[in-house]
Design a protein around this ligand. Sequence first.
Ligand code: NDP
Length: 400
Amino acid sequence: MGKVMVIGCGGVASVAIHKICQNDEVFTELCIASRTVSKCDALKEKLEGSTKTKITTAQVDADDVEALTALIKKEKPEAVLNLALPYQDLTIMDACLAAGAHYIDTANYEPEDTAKFEYKWQWAYREKFEKAGLTALLGSGFDPGVTSVFSAYALKHYFDEINYIDILDCNAGDHGYPFATNFNPEINIREVSAKGSYWEDGHWVETEPMEIKRVYNFPEIGEKDMYLLHHEEIESLALNIPGIKRIRFFMTFGESYLNHLRCLEDVGMTSIEPIMYEGKEIVPLQFLKAVLPDPSSLGPRTKGKTNIGCIFVGKKDGQEKKLYIYNTCDHQECYKEVGSQAVAYTTGVPAMIGAMMVMTGTWQKPGVYNMEEFDPDPFMDALNKWGLPWKISENPELVV
Ligand code: NDP
């Protein structure tokens, strides 16, 4: 069917690339392009022989629009799947426009020097993508991504109006380290040490980091502490779900993780302000990343499950209705299948599906779109087929 280019070759990309190679009817060709080409070559070597997808690799710095444009023009993929870091979103979008390729990512743009992620920078590209006749699909991971598709699906099939959404992200995996992050530590720590916020009655309500704590009894997992965080899908869902009154996002954290994080914060290790050290400028958080376990090394050690989903409360035929749509994923099973733990798996699978939706024309519309703006049904079917089956509970416990 067509060619895709994946940019980045880290934890999430590795899963997406495994899935692309499983889906070789759609992805007949794949170019893996990243900063460190040896990682791309190693993955190519591992996968060749078990797939019909023809794989090539390339070295590229995705901050360099000219070099990336030249590479896309040379390789001629129909779509570029950005699985590098949020800092590269805009340069990769620019290169896609210049070279004529569709664009898909899993996380919204974040300037490197301010830990603030919002869609405004990427939404500003709407007209450019419309004029170029290209589709940009934003946030095709799990959260955002699948949670956005769950919302569109609930609205389409179960509700006349959704008033409340609570997005719950539970990772009950245990890797045995006192402190490690499940995906890129820099991105992860920036996210959890920022102020929390939620959307209520048409505006943002800001909270201190980790100020709001709840305990929730997760299906197939049990009771876990979870904390309210700001999360990017809230911004687009607030615009795209009519009748919405409140959207909150909660993520589970264990005691050990939080105690370590507090201590690291107190001594300044999570700061993104550069400091001088022995005549060299370093960013404390980047240094911390270098000493923490590499998330990709957690796969073989992590045991347990994730449960990520959305609780909806709204109305159907004049009656109040509630619903929980969720997926549970087992760390060890993911590792057996693709050599990665469930956090990378739950992001990499929807990244592949998003690219498939765009490449097959199922979700193609010139412009820049969030996931909930397309028909959720084909994506929901693909989740069941490609390793992230979902379940529906019609009588869930609510978050009080
Ligand atoms: P990793 O750090 O494991 O991988 C990032 C990859 O991008 C690395 O291979 C890195 O290269 C490469 N890269 C970084 N900068 C550049 C550059 N300038 N040019 C080319 N390549 C570059 O991150 P993850 O796999 O954990 O995360 C990938 C993305 O997924 C992030 O944007 C993250 O925010 C997002 N994410 C989304 C989730 C969701 O549910 N929506 C959940 C989890 C993550 P090198 O190998 O040289 O370091």
